[in-house]
Design a protein around this ligand. Sequence first.
Ligand code: ATP
Ligand SMILES: Nc1ccn([C@H]2C[C@H](O)[C@@H](COP(=O)(O)O)O2)c(=O)n1
Length: 242
Amino acid sequence: MKNRLIIAVDGPSGSGKSSVCRAVATQFGADYLDTGAMYRAATWYCLDQQVDLDDEDAVAVAVEELPLNISTDPEHQIICVDQTDVTEAIREPRISEAVSEVATNRKARQLLINAQRRIIDESGFIVAEGRDITTVVAPDAQVRVLLTASAEARLRRRGLQLEAASGAAETQEALRRQVLERDKKDSKASNFTEAADGVAVLDSSDLTFEETVNSLITRIDDVRQGAVAHTPADEHVTERAL
Ligand SMILES: Nc1ncnc2c1ncn2[C@@H]1O[C@H](COP(=O)(O)OP(=O)(O)OP(=O)(O)O)[C@@H](O)[C@H]1O
Ligand SMILES: Nc1ccn([C@H]2C[C@H](O)[C@@H](COP(=O)(O)O)O2)c(=O)n1
């Protein structure tokens, strides 16, 4: 597809990738791809199928057959595995604590990267976020941003987010496991702490949510104004099988 616009955003856990990218994609009427949700859905499926996550080949086989449907509508994120809506289940702590096993499985990772590239290729205008979008999945994206925030800010935000969702406060220990320890494990598979050449750093530690969104919007506007002929996507592809 000609004149495609790809916005690639990476960053550590809790830096604001999903919330900021969803807001930005909504504002532009662009598609949105949460690649972390794909790793989470793959993990949900492996656990559902009682696959031993330490068995590299068994995990790869499960990911190859994963019947995943993921929406790219930033306002209606729906993730289904076969007929089961797992949109909420993939956010549970049991998935957060197991997902790195799948994300660091080389074969499973390549399968998911291929699926992500297919989704991006089919879109005219997409905001895709994860850990390796700027470097591996879409290094040719027109806008490439590493969204960071201090560990303190990320732990605070994740704590507030989980408390708002469940009504109960997580312990500091549980938060550290879900944010910092997960980052440590995930960093074996991709580098999302340092910006690669050509990738801009957006540090949101001292920015409000709105300021962070506006900063990314400004970067995209700059590129769009420089673009010769950008054709926006007519509509979102709301569901697609991989
Ligand atoms: N600049 C900001 N200021 C304050 N809160 C923010 C900011 N950016 C994001 N948040 C909030 O922080 C929380 C975590 O953000 P989000 O879930 O988008 O992070 P993430 O990088 O996608 O994390 P993960 O990779 O673990 O899924 C959300 O509740 C979000 O609203
Ligand atoms: N491009 C990506 C996206 C995500 N991951 C891994 C790392 C995380 O532990 C997990 C879930 O992501 P989140 O929903 O927390 O953003 O998936 C990855 O390795 N590469």
